[in-house]
Design a protein around this ligand. Structure first.
Ligand SMILES: *[C@@H]1O[C@H](CO)[C@@H](O)[C@H](O)[C@H]1NC(C)=O
Ligand SMILES: *[C@@H]1O[C@H](CO)[C@@H](O)[C@H](O)[C@H]1NC(C)=O
Ligand SMILES: *[C@@H]1O[C@H](CO)[C@@H](O)[C@H](O)[C@H]1NC(C)=O
Ligand SMILES: *[C@@H]1O[C@H](CO)[C@@H](O)[C@H](O)[C@H]1NC(C)=O
Ligand SMILES: *[C@@H]1O[C@H](CO)[C@@H](O)[C@H](O)[C@H]1NC(C)=O
Length: 204
């Protein structure tokens, strides 16, 4: 793993990108150059996608991580976020599109493979992937971990999320559980976050 500088760089690019552009465009145009986006980004070793996987598409997400207090700890029980396309044709100035193209949430109950976090696109058509977390790494102590997840169920078009095998949550900002322990059983707290989700498909 090289220096973590590129993480910072990408985070900065996204801050810049948060001044959303007004361009509207075909979703496909954004997904084309995924490889370029992460060409210079060091993904920590323990959340790298297994060999034989190719990057398929990338979304920027902004939303909430939802926690409840179980009497001794704050426990994550849901996440709700909007997904945005990223224009990464200029990798030093990523641009997040204003149009919401999908959503992220946890299924009410885990699927038969233990997957619960779900990503669903509705532009240009509906497709969905549910996944379970394989590994996590804390990159920034003010933000939620970067994660590697494995797909457990799908629906919809294979050219969208329907054929995704693995995905990563990277470049996270915020989203941590509260640090207060002065909470009561059943208290809930929603914490703002943003992240990039990177989706992989099998290269064979
Ligand atoms: C994708 O990147 C390659 C290499 O950088 C470039 O030649 C190509 O024009 C790009 N395609 C699009 C659609 O931006
Ligand atoms: C609360 O959550 C923590 C962390 O997941 C767990 O270790 C603990 O057993 C839970 N306590 C109760 C009362 O469920
Ligand atoms: C992406 O951004 C570049 C500038 O970095 C711009 O030239 C291009 O038109 C944009 N592409 C789309 C599909 O909006
Ligand atoms: C990419 O964006 C950076 C920062 O705005 C700019 O300096 C650079 O000229 C752009 N590169 C291209 C190829 O447009
Ligand atoms: C998470 O929130 C979404 C949207 O409100 C909801 O559909 C879903 O059932 C919730 N999941 C859980 C586990 O609460």
């Amino acid at each position: 793993m090289r220096s973590p500088f590129n993480h910072v760089h990408l985070g900065f690019a996204l801050l810049v990108a948060l001044a959303f552009t007004t361009q509207t465009h075909a979703w496909a145009a954004v997904s084309r150059n995924c490889s370029d986006l992460l060409k210079n980004l060091d993904i920590p070793k323990n959340i790298q996608a297994p060999s034989g996987q190719t990057m398929h598409t990338v979304y920027f997400a902004k939303g909430l991580q939802h926690y409840s207090f179980n009497g001794s700890s704050w426990v994550l029980y849901n996440a709700t976020a909007s997904l945005y396309s990223i224009n990464h044709s200029n990798t030093t100035k990523l641009t997040v599109k204003r149009e919401v193209v999908g959503q992220h949430y946890f299924l009410e109950k885990a699927d038969s493979q233990g997957g619960q976090p779900t990503w669903e696109t509705f532009v240009p058509s509906t497709s969905l992937v549910t996944a379970r977390t394989l590994s996590k790494v804390s990159v920034d102590d003010r933000s939620i971990t970067w994660n590697l997840l494995q797909a457990t169920s799908h629906s919809g078009s294979g050219s969208l999320l329907g054929s995704v095998t693995y995905l990563q949550r990277i470049a996270t900002m915020g989203g941590l559980a509260p640090t207060t322990s002065a909470a009561q059983l059943g208290d809930v707290h929603s914490s703002r976050y943003s992240a990039i989700y990177v989706f992989y498909v099998s290269s064979s």
